[in-house]
Design a protein around this ligand. Sequence first.
Ligand code: NAI
Ligand code: MG
Length: 492
Amino acid sequence: MDSTIETAPRPEFLSGDVQHLLIDGERRPSASGETFETVDPATEEVLARVASGGAADVDAAVASARRALDDPAWAGMSPHERTRVLIRIGELIERHAEELAMIDTLDNGTPITMTRGMMARASEVFRYYSGWPTRLYGETNASVPSQVNLTVREPVGVCAGIIPWNAPVLMAAWKIAPALACGNTCVLKPAEQSPLSALRLGELILEAGVPAGVVNVVTGFGETAGAALAAHSDVDKVAFTGSTTVGKSILAASTGNLKRVTLELGGKSPNIVFPDADLEAAAAASATAFCRLSGQVCAAGTRIFVHESIHDEFVELLAAQATQWMPGNPLDPETKMGPLVSSEQYERVTSYLALGREEGAGLATGGSAVDGRGYFVEPTLFTGVDNRMRIAQEEIFGPVGAVIRFSTEEEAVARANDTRYGLAAAVWTNDLSRTHRMARAIKAGTVWVNQIGPQDPALPFGGYKESGIGREHGSASIDMYTETKTVMMQLR
Ligand code: NAI
Ligand code: MG
């Protein structure tokens, strides 16, 4: 990357020597005193030193969350007051959006315009869940005339959230907001690549009036802090977003105390373009779908199925769109795509660029890393891809699309579903019947039609097959954060 990338003005929050854990309402060092460095991926320079939480810190955080769960300050807070608190968190995120956006942009390389947008979305997530505390309805059932039978919703208890680095504040919001709406307490473990904004968010949550200990943040590594949290016998639920491999280990670790598990894992989402679609719009949105966030998006539309009759025309349009995503300085508001998050991701993505060539795919654009400082790679479009190639089956998590040609609708469905994943899919067509046939036939948690990528906190999000377990958002998420208790009363 060009050497004009300046050292950015640092938010005040980053001025301390070490960013400590947030446990029981206080910032404190890790029990071992160990720390780790987090790096700005645009410059490869150390951004901050962060407390490295281990099993002892996880114990302390879980104990704090357990105490807070039954403390009248939280357990006795009325649902109306919980609503007000959640609204205040949304407002505080909005008020501190510039600071939070800057922290995440420096920490994970997401372009600043995008992190600003994510703060607006995170704030919206808290506002959405603020409506739920007074709507946790139970049921009555008159099946036994001599009894009054009813159900009530209760908090699950201590909820662990383990989140990735691609959208740190937004992912934290996805875990914390529903947990709080339902009266739970939390321990959040942000990713080691982007640990900073979760700590700042934790402070804002305290400022909003959430009692100490209700939300704790333990920074640290997956194998230590994350694994300790996933295996902890006093954690009632774990919600994880990240790789399918780690998701499986979290499910395995849950068996010790049968904690509830929701997993939002990887994807290799099909994006299917039929000849009757608006090709210009499809090309622009499809490029966005695999280049946005440098392709580090679980639901990225990375397998682009194009009908043979429009294949060449569409590939040309798509390649032209993709070249508009050349990476740049993430602090520049003109930049659409920043670097990859880390040297590990850089190695991983560049190895797939080489693999695509070895497997015999063509290249419509890109294919290389960008020389110089920072973990930048070009937007890359492989063509002539066979759905059985590794570049079509494995999650690359870089700005890499694979074009696969098809001739019939049946063939498109069969190949789209020929994957171990099932997170999302998109279909481009103006044929109403085909739209509905495709929406039914595709095995994925979300099917977009004539668009790709949008999410809404009111709508469930999650995966079929190895893309996960359970759904986040919408009323489905309330089921995940509550236990249902049946009360049976004999009438005399
Ligand atoms: P990861 O799955 O290792 O990390 C996600 C989170 O899990 C982080 O907070 C990490 O510290 C934690 N973690 C790691 N190992 C753990 C363990 N044994 N127990 C408990 N927690 C643990 O993902 P990573 O290594 O950052 O990225 C590797 C690949 O995973 C990416 O290339 C991408 O394909 C996929 N990924 C998918 C994401 C999604 O949104 N579905 C997000 C991040 C990564
Ligand atoms: Mg970092």
